[in-house]
Design a protein. Structure first.
Length: 332
């Protein structure tokens, strides 16, 4: 879910009285509104049999002022699960209706309300409504809460005769790629655990000539016979592909000399893709893109990871690369 942040006024004139406190709003992609003002609150305008019996389990809890840690702990004490923040002063949570009613009585809480299916649909989808043919399937990206059972969700979608193209998960969210008719979007958004639905981006190459036609890397490599043989590259980044030697991308398989993990002990998988992209650029052999593996670089990558102390990670990566300057053994 993407959020809109509104900047505050930069100053007040010294002679002016301070303005009255402005009521906090909810800033969602769907709308920006005060949930206590019925005229501003959006209406769940989704009339479909698939969500006729919808019951909320995901709620927004808004506080009167900036959220304090003690208030979050009070919610946890009631059995509420917390997932993230929403401006202004709100949290995305999971609980049942009875718990929501009790939470509403806490003095720090301004408002409690369901995270409606309407909030979960990319507004761009509705803006494209006139362009969408009702009988032509779309490829959709579905985001879920991180503890949502993706297998169970996929099974539910299969019962609607929808095609599940794939899925992924990290500690922040789950993701499914689905092909469905536009009319199913409201029903998908209403499924338990779903937080966002949008039309999938159409991927296209725009910089596939960066290393060849532009910088003429091929001609330099051929003239100077530079293929990276015997070189060791130390990389400190977000991780590397699956984090397991036997399932690494073929372009990288057999090229990992050693791994040091910082911040996530024992886990060197890549949750963002950045480290994998950089490692592929530096040491990938191009086996899945038609490159001649005989002239591909045979460098060995060392991948280190740290979330906060990047400079420390780089130093450790370099030190470890030097200490492991022997042929790869196949084990990190």
């Amino acid at each position: 879910m993407l959020l809109l942040i509104v900047p505050l006024a930069p100053w007040l004139a010294p002679s002016e009285a301070a303005p009255a406190r402005v009521s906090p709003l909810l800033h969602l992609q769907y709308a920006r509104f005060d949930p206590l003002t019925s005229a501003d609150a959006p209406v769940l305008a989704m009339h479909t049999p698939l969500i006729a019996s919808w019951q909320p389990q995901t709620y927004i809890v808004q506080f009167h002022t900036p959220i304090r840690e003690a208030w979050k702990q009070a919610l946890v004490a009631y059995g509420v699960r917390l997932y993230g923040s929403i401006p202004d002063y709100a949290l995305l949570t999971r609980m049942d209706a009875a718990t929501a009613a009790r939470i509403q009585q806490l003095p720090s809480v301004r408002w409690v309300g369901p995270y409606l299916p309407a909030y979960r649909i990319d507004p761009l989808f509705w803006q494209r409504g006139d362009e969408l043919a009702p009988d032509v399937p779309l490829e959709l990206t579905i985001a879920t809460l991180p503890d949502t059972n993706l297998a169970a969700l996929s099974h539910r979608l299969h019962t609607w005769q929808l095609e599940v193209l794939g899925g992924a998960w990290n500690r922040h969210a789950g993701y499914l790629s689905v092909r469905a008719l536009p009319g199913y979007v409201p029903a998908i958004a209403a499924l338990d655990g779903v937080t966002w639905v949008e039309a999938a981006d159409v991927l296209a190459l725009h910089n596939d000539q960066g290393g060849t036609a532009i910088v003429q890397a091929d001609s330099v490599r051929q003239q100077l016979q530079l293929h990276g043989n015997g070189q060791i590259i130390a990389m400190a980044d977000s991780g590397l592909d699956t984090g397991a030697l036997d399932t690494l991308h073929p372009d990288l398989r057999g090229r990992v000399l050693g791994v040091e993990t910082l911040g996530r002990p024992g886990d060197w998988s890549d949750p963002t893709g950045h480290g994998t992209h950089m490692a592929g650029s530096a040491v990938g052999n191009g086996s899945l893109s038609g490159s001649d593996r005989q002239v591909s670089a045979t460098t060995v990558a060392l991948q280190a990871w740290h979330r906060r102390r990047a400079s420390s990670s780089r130093a450790l990566a370099m030190q470890t690369a030097v200490s492991k300057a022997s042929p790869a053994t196949g084990a990190p």
